[in-house]
Design a protein around this ligand. Structure first.
Ligand SMILES: [Zn+2]
Length: 74
């Protein structure tokens, strides 16, 4: 049985996720093959001093509106 110290906390799991996705994985569009561009989005974890810059990939060929406005709302 896992003890409290062995069990990953939700905050640690979220930090690991943000660490993982802060590195761009996809370089080319899966639909048209064009090189992907990336918007930088900042994420903060409530209760933490740490922030992450997460590159959000988009294709300027398939998503010209994003490329034109250089941003989107999630
Ligand atoms: Zn594309």
């Amino acid at each position: 049985m896992a003890t409290e110290t062995e069990r990953p906390t939700l905050q640690k799991s979220i930090k690991n996720l943000l660490d993982d996705i802060s590195v761009p994985r996809r370089l080319y569009c899966s639909d048209c093959g064009s090189a992907l561009l990336h918007l930088e989005a900042q994420f903060w974890l409530f209760g933490s001093e740490q922030a992450w810059n997460i590159p959000i990939p988009y294709c300027s060929n398939c998503d010209p509106a994003i490329a034109e406005h250089k941003g989107f709302i999630i």
